[in-house]
Design a protein around this ligand. Structure first.
Ligand code: NI
Length: 287
């Protein structure tokens, strides 16, 4: 082969090798390349897809994430291999926020790779749009806790409907979608309210009474005494002492073999209907 041809061939081979290496590198750093069975906070393109058309008001100082896909209630499946019908699952739920401790809690949950479900007060969400956006992009679930935290059983039907609709609207304005579960304040509901609530009512079976005693150690011990497979644990992210309890609580739950999941994940594979009240998911056929 003449020298000129050999040089041309060598150059072509080098070019191909460079291109292939480039392709391989791009594949290895894809934000979607998570191991099955593990979870990490969504970032980059993944986060943008999950966030959908999330919007933030001009006064927040936070730029909205890029819009990549239509908005919708997309929940990350962090435990795709876990079947909460038979496994020991537990859902951490936080009521009455968002508040000034919520983002600190989100930092803790991200570090621990633990999803939670937040039952939000409509009257609080406008003040903390960035917290809501983080909840969505980091794979947590959002639920409604009404707008002003009334006892719904004391209200006329139109006020009940207004509490629910105004909360959905406030959340939709920030995240692009309305929540699809409701936690009535005080867990108070009756036949009349159940007919007006078109989403499942998510109550709890483990009440830490964190809002009453403000003692992180007691929050942990009360929860650990009462928890069992399929439990829903009630906490409040508006109290510093409740957030302080979370690392120890997560450590103890993980130590006892619990999978920490969202409400959607806890009830995955079951049919839930509007107005149906749930306090936990029965596991392995237990009541
Ligand atoms: Ni509440």
């Amino acid at each position: 082969m003449p020298l000129r041809s050999r040089l041309a061939l060598t150059a072509s081979l080098l070019l191909c090798a460079t291109l292939l290496a480039g392709c391989g590198l791009a594949g290895d750093t894809s934000p979607d390349a998570a191991e099955p069975g593990t979870w990490r906070p969504a970032s980059g393109a993944s986060a943008a897809r999950i966030a959908g058309s999330a919007q933030v008001g001009p006064t927040t100082g936070h730029a909205p994430p890029p819009v990549v896909a239509p908005a919708g209630p997309v929940h990350i499946k962090r435990h795709p291999g876990v079947d909460c019908a038979i496994a020991k699952c537990v859902a951490l739920t936080f009521d009455d926020g968002p508040g000034k401790y919520t983002e600190g809690l989100l930092d803790l949950l991200a570090r621990e790779n633990v999803p939670a479900t937040f039952f939000l007060l409509g009257q609080n969400v406008q003040q903390y749009p960035h917290a809501l956006q983080r909840m969505v992009t980091e794979g947590h679930q959002l639920g409604s806790h009404t707008f002003t935290h009334p006892d719904l059983t004391t209200l006329p039907p139109e006020r009940v409907a207004d509490e629910l609709e105004s909360t959905n609207e406030a959340i939709r304005k920030i995240t692009g979608f309305a929540p699809d579960t409701v936690r009535p304040p005080y867990g108070a509901h009756n036949g009349a309210t159940d007919r007006l609530i078109h989403d499942p009512l998510i109550l709890w079976d483990v009440d830490t009474l964190d809002w009453q005693h403000h003692d992180p150690a007691r929050t942990v011990s009360v929860a650990m005494e009462a928890v069992r497979g399929g439990s829903i644990i009630l906490l409040h992210d508006i109290h510093k002492t409740s957030v302080q309890a979370v690392p120890e609580l997560i450590g103890r739950l993980k130590g006892q073999g619990y999978s920490l999941v969202t409400i959607d994940e806890l009830f995955a594979g079951t049919e839930l209907s509007g107005g149906q009240a749930l306090t936990r998911r029965p596991v392995g056929g237990q009541a």
